[in-house]
Ligand binder design. Structure first.
Ligand code: 13P
Length: 349
């Protein structure tokens, strides 16, 4: 195992206040997002959407890496260039989702594990992804066996260790879902429990913490909770939870967005970075899918004529999140006209 390569890659993924763009939706998930904005659920539409994303001019200024779905590794642009080559030429590190989707976990209602995927040795894919998740609200989740079972999964080694053996930086993604009526405090308790169990397993499996990234949920009240939290409250709860549970050797925490709007995800990430500036052991960054892609998808609607405006909207969200890493994001950034903003988009149509 080339440990230095893993460490260098993990650090590069969080350097320069850049972040990750998750574009690893499985076909069914991608189709679900397309249905919501009336885009046909075809293979060609999925390919065209991914081409739109990776060919966005200037994306590499705020995005260090892109996590791809298995099929995208083999997809090409309209003019025949493999999409992973487009990313490489832009200076964006390509990663691959290595799990094969989520399934219900036996005897643990409300919890899911990801199914075994393949771990390929690849000269392109140097980061990876895997997403066990649990709901807080029903019962007393997570149950004690959950992270252990998830990480062993009938194998003697966890996915993180297998990734590192194959030269891939594992992006370990435990998610406590926003669904439910639980409080901010309860989410913090459950998130801490999950993180402690995950890191215990990573230790037992000898995963090099310096050569991995953590991709967790922010600590948030459930969507149905009557008391929602301010960005500052979210920042305080998230940071104190992570300080207790995430070892300092981990170079970066790249949050998933979990269904938050783009604006909220940026505002909360910004509040965290503003609160601590440089006093934390790990970089606090992003690995968002919906919070970066969603506005652009709504603008694109599968139409060639909307590609440029959609790319501007995508770039705008990526830049907002880079600003949030610096603690420089503010609501005024959303008001500044940019070619993908709603006002200018309707003018362009
Ligand atoms: P969201 O940011 O939409 O939660 O997704 C993250 C992710 O990893 C998708 O695979």
């Amino acid at each position: 195992m080339n440990t230095q390569h893993l460490i260098d890659t993990a650090r590069a993924l969080v350097a320069d206040d850049k972040g990750l763009l998750a574009m690893d939706e499985s076909d069914p998930t991608c189709n679900k997002r397309f249905v919501a904005v009336k885009i046909p659920q075809t293979e060609e539409a999925r390919r065209a959407w991914r081409e739109l994303i990776v060919t966005t001019p200037g994306l590499s200024e705020s995005i260090s890496g892109a996590i791809l779905y298995d099929a995208t590794i083999r997809q090409q642009s309209k003019n025949g260039m493999p999409l992973i080559k487009v990313l490489a030429e832009a200076g964006i590190i390509a990663g691959i989702k290595v799990d094969a989707g989520a399934k219900d976990m036996a005897a643990h209602p409300g919890e899911k594990i990801t199914r075994s995927g393949r771990i390929a040795r690849s000269s392109h894919g140097i980061c990876s992804d895997g997403r066990p998740f649990c709901q807080v609200a029903r019962g007393n989740y997570p149950r004690r066996g959950y992270p252990q079972l998830r990480l062993h999964r009938g194998q003697r080694t966890c996915i993180g260790a297998l990734c590192q053996e194959s030269g891939l930086v594992p992006i370990v993604e435990p998610e406590v879902l926003m669904d439910g009526e639980h409080s901010l405090q309860r989410c913090g308790e459950v998130t801490e429990q999950v993180l402690r169990a995950v890191f215990h397993q990573l230790y037992l499996q000898r995963v090099k913490l310096e050569g991995m990234l953590l991709k967790p949920n922010m600590v948030l009240p459930g969507l149905g909770c009557s008391k929602q939290a301010t960005a500052d409250e979210v920042a305080a709860a998230t940071i104190s939870c992570f300080l207790r549970a995430v070892p300092a050797a981990v170079p970066g925490i790249a949050f998933l967005s979990g269904g938050q709007t783009g604006e909220l995800a940026s505002a909360r990430l910004n509040a965290m970075n503003l609160r601590v500036k440089s006093g934390l052991p790990w970089a606090l960054g992003f690995s968002f899918a919906r919070a970066i892609q969603q506005p652009a998808l709504g603008i694109w609607q599968g139409e060639e004529g909307n590609v440029k405006a959609a790319q501007q909207a995508l770039l705008h969200r990526a830049r907002c999140n880079q600003a949030a890493r610096r603690g420089e994001y503010n609501a005024a950034m959303e008001l500044m006209p940019h070619p993908g903003s709603p006002a200018s988009t309707s003018a362009a149509r």
